[in-house]
Design a protein around this ligand. Structure first.
Ligand code: SF4
Length: 375
């Protein structure tokens, strides 16, 4: 089941409206983090590294609504932390549905079966379940044995109750393209609506800094994974972002396209970096020195970044910026399977064993490793 036409129409008409109004910096998806607490301790994420007094904080539903109204983006992604641990998450979702926002509630699904009765199926609400690959790969990525089975069980229950369900997958260095493609088959067999993919990002609070990908390796890995694709695979990615990941296109980052609001305020400049906070969305847009960010800026923090939250909005913007962009999107959606003999051969290359579990603890060498990764 693809994204509903009403959602596509809402997003397309919003972007066209922004363009007609001459706005260069407009938000497409609000990244709303109502808390940082989580019931997992994934090696590639650093949210739970905050001190206890920060981890105890929650955004109130009213604070969430204010941010959503102020920002005006048609889509709201709710990551965290684990949003299902928020004591009023159902009120937040209800309020956003009432505002006709398309919500992606990003969850590791450990609590989904227990909490699912709090929610009502709606075209505005999608559970975006974090699954980083097949059973073994996912359990290693989230440092929890059995995590895959719990998440898959919850996906089945959510689908049985009539909810929209997608997956979100972060791929790190060492991901096995063949296994990732088998994972796509598994997810389509389950009946999820679409799959979102992103390369892992150099989130500098993450305990494991060794497995983030450089740009050239990212492109090669996604070329192997996404070329020669099966018709039945549905992706929750804009077609041009998928081509960007495969190295077929380049885009500048548009960090304002997916702004982040959390317990500190509006985060400058993006979901990954923390160069200060603004008190309002207007202040974020007007006071962030945007020219200092993105790969072209020469900022070392952006050197290897190709993440969804920086570049998906760039791809959507490209779709609506020219007739060529629009036609390329239509062509990619309807006709392209990206046949590529070289990419087929890559699937048979020997793979390094998947990386062992990483213990979560602040590492003194993290910053040093990060510099090496970006070299
Ligand atoms: S390139 Fe990545 S890290 Fe840099 S501003 Fe864009 S999204 Fe943020």
């Amino acid at each position: 089941m693809p994204v509903p036409v009403s959602q596509m129409w809402t997003v397309a008409s919003y972007v066209v409206g922004q363009k007609l109004a001459g706005r260069k910096q407009y938000p497409l998806v609000l990244m709303l983090e109502p808390l940082f607490r989580c019931n997992l301790a994934c090696a590639g994420c650093g949210k739970i590294q905050y001190p206890a007094h920060i981890l105890k904080k929650d955004l109130t539903p009213e604070e969430c609504f204010r941010a959503v109204d102020e920002c005006g983006a048609p889509v709201v992604s709710i990551p965290g932390g684990e949003p299902l641990m928020h004591p009023e998450i159902e009120k937040i979702v209800e309020g956003l549905v009432a505002r006709k926002k398309y919500i992606y509630l990003c969850t590791n699904a450990l609590l989904l079966k227990e909490k699912i009765s709090l929610f009502t199926p709606s075209k505005y609400l999608t559970f975006s379940v974090h699954l980083d690959g097949q059973r073994e790969e996912h359990d290693l990525a989230v440092c929890r044995e059995g995590g895959y089975d719990i998440a898959v069980d919850a996906v089945k229950e959510a689908l049985r109750r009539g909810f929209r369900v997608t997956t979100n997958t972060t791929l790190f260095d060492g991901a096995n393209p063949k296994s990732v493609r088998a994972f796509f088959d598994e997810m389509m067999d389950l009946g999820v609506e679409g799959m979102m993919l992103s390369p892992g990002y150099s989130y500098d609070k993450a305990p494991d800094q060794k497995h983030f990908l450089g740009r050239a390796r990212t492109r090669r890995m996604f070329r192997a994974i996404l070329s020669n694709r099966k018709k039945r695979w549905q992706f929750n990615l804009s077609p041009l972002f998928s081509e960007f990941l495969m190295g077929k296109r380049t885009f500048p980052c548009t960090p304002w396209g997916m702004p982040t609001y959390n317990v500190f305020g509006w985060q400058k400049p993006c979901y990954l970096l923390q160069d200060g906070y603004a008190e309002s969305f207007k202040e974020l847009i007007e006071t962030t020195e945007w020219q200092n960010y993105g790969t072209e800026s020469g900022n070392p923090a952006c050197a290897n970044c190709m993440v969804h939250s920086g570049y998906e909005a760039s791809a959507v913007n490209a779709t609506f910026s020219s007739l060529g962009g629009f036609l390329a999107t239509v062509r990619a959606t309807l006709f392209t399977s990206y046949k590529d003999e070289e990419a087929l051969k890559m699937l048979d290359e020997p793979q390094a064993p998947i990386h062992p579990l990483i213990q979560i603890a602040p590492t003194q060498s993290a910053q040093h490793n990060l510099q090496e990764t970006r070299a």
